[in-house]
Every structure is written in C-alpha cells, then in structure tokens.
Design a protein. Sequence first.
Length: 196
Amino acid sequence: MLITIEGIDGAGKTTLATRLAERLGAVLLREPGGVELSERIRTLVKDPALSVHPRAEALLYAAARAQLVEERIRPLLAGGATVILDRFTDSSLAYQGAGRALGVEDVRAINGFATGGLRPDVTLLLALAPSVGRARLDDRGGERDRLEREGAGFFGLIADAYEALARAEPERFRVLDASRDADAVLEQALAALPGT
C-alpha cells in the first residue's frame, strides 16, 4: 500500500508520517528526497539563496519524484511493503499548479510522466488554516526554506487547491483535522486507513 501525507507547511505532516510509519511498520520516505539524486535536488529547491523559475521548480520536483519512484518506491511496493510518503504529486499540484499558477492539469501531466502513472492508494490530507500553519512555523523557529518564506496569499491558494483535490477524489483522500494535537491526528489517520 502506498500512503501519502499532504498539507500546507506547518500542518504536521512529518510528525504524522513518522508516528504512522512506526505504528504500521511501514517504510517512510520524504519528498523531495529519499534517494541520493533526489536529496541533491531537495537542496536546490529549498535553498533561499536561489531564484528558481516556477516551471523549473515544477520540473525539479518531478525529476526528484521520478528517481524516487523507480529507485525505491516501486521495488518496495513490489516486495509487499507499505510505503508512507511525506508529500507526493499532490504537493506539486497544489504548490506549483495553484500556488505558482502553472495550472493544476499541466503539473499533473508532468508528474504522471515522472511517476509512470503511480498513484497513492490513500492520501491523508492534514487540513489546517494557513494562518495556523504560519504560526507553527514561527514557533518552530530556525531558518525558513525558500518556499516557507512565501506570503500568506501563496499558502491560501495552496490550502484551497488541496480542498479542491480532496473534493475531486473522495475515494482516495481522507481529510484530517490538523488543528488537533499529534495523538488525536494519529488516531484520525489510523481510523481512516483500511484494515488498521
């Protein structure tokens, strides 16, 4: 089973992904990243010192995803593993398709090619008001990456895009209330997954 976890920055994706993987005995991978080439691309797209054109950004994420799918995800799934991904193609649809105004369908096409059509079995969407996500990032401290430095309007577009994606595919998406504490979010996630 391929489970993806999506949501705006500050929604708690990494916390949920880590705890869920431990509970399920699943393999946890992050995006972009998970394999050497993809980790190098991650460094580029996150670097606040770089100016990256939106189309280049979308293609870099897709390239990182293509390598991760072929090098790790497909072999793991073929071996019977449950794989949890901290972000996947829906992030590009929301961030680059809507947030960067490249068009969701154009970005979907790029990612369909990159993944060879691989789709998640279940997507857990951590729904959270963008203002709350921003406040959590402020509380976390540390240096923000290139995308985390974007303004409130950008994250509003992304949150709206995630809602639209979930409405369009209710059989795949499970929307969780990410304003709750980490234990409650984990319980929501477990209840939303088939067979857990």
